[in-house]
Design a protein around this ligand. Structure first.
Ligand code: 6PG
Length: 245
């Protein structure tokens, strides 16, 4: 696409399986780069319906799992075995098949009280990254039909958070659990790489708004790491409205 206002790279794939394949290749390439540079790879994963296919593909790849650390971009405040749990999604699609050491799995305790869970998660992040910033090698994000990403929703006060890395959040979205814990903009904007993975015709309108209407100031538009690369990976359905100008 002609330079997106967000200065992001964009890749459009023919269909959802091809999108998942391309995302798995991109993920593996970023793992390779991080391993060469720092000997470990840290990723913040998302929930929702989109990334499951990618996680399944990753589970089948011979990645250096002992050096890969999994975090979550957000979590719904439900127990880890509940159907709405983002941890559970990753457990079923990735952890079940990939040899990832338990100590590399840094989940958000969704079963806890949200404020406490957010503070606990921030402690985990600070222990891993140090006090300066959570420099994820990759933040893998989705996009809601309202422009939310992670659990940063339009108009929410979480968007104004300037110092904390993880905060509680509450939002109604498609009947999903309302209470959540989310990484903040300062945390996401410390990432080395951000991939937005978006598929389906129902996302076409919001993809166009996010990528073409800079005045909208939607949460997804505010993920712009000053020292990081943002890549939008879309299937053709999600990218459909972009072609018309
Ligand atoms: C969550 C997510 C959230 C998600 C979007 C898109 O916990 O719900 O992390 O930010 O990525 O809502 O969800 P879909 O992939 O289901 O469209």
């Amino acid at each position: 696409m002609r330079g997106t206002p967000l200065n992001a790279e964009m890749v459009i794939l023919t269909d959802a399986p091809t999108l998942a394949e391309a995302a798995a290749r991109r993920f593996a390439a970023l793992v390779g780069e991080a391993m060469a540079a720092r000997g470990r790879f840290s990723v913040a994963l998302s929930g929702g319906t989109t990334p499951g296919a990618l996680y399944r593909l990753l589970a089948a790849r011979p990645l250096p799992w002992a050096q890969i650390h999994l975090f979550w971009a957000d979590e719904r405040c439900v127990p880890p075995d509940a159907p709405g749990s983002n941890y559970r999604l990753v457990a079923e699609t990735l952890l079940a098949d990939a040899p990832i050491p338990l100590e590399n799995v840094h989940r958000i305790r969704g079963e806890g009280e949200p404020e406490r869970a957010a503070r606990e998660y921030e402690r985990v992040l600070r222990a891993f990254f140090g006090e300066e910033s959570p420099r994820f090698d990759l933040a893998l994000l989705g996009l809601g039909k309202d422009g939310h990403t992670a659990s940063l929703f339009p108009g929410a006060e979480t968007l104004a958070e300037a110092t904390r890395w993880a905060v509680p959040a509450a939002a109604e979205y498609e009947g999903r659990p309302a209470w959540r814990v989310t990484l903040t903009l300062p945390a996401l904007n410390a990432a080395r790489n951000v991939i937005f993975l978006v598929q389906g015709a129902e996302k076409a309108a919001i993809v166009r708004t996010v990528l073409a209407d800079t005045a909208a100031r939607l949460p997804a538009q505010r993920v712009q790491p000053p020292a990081g690369q943002v890549t939008w990976m879309l299937d053709i359905e999600a990218g459909r409205a972009l072609a018309h100008g």
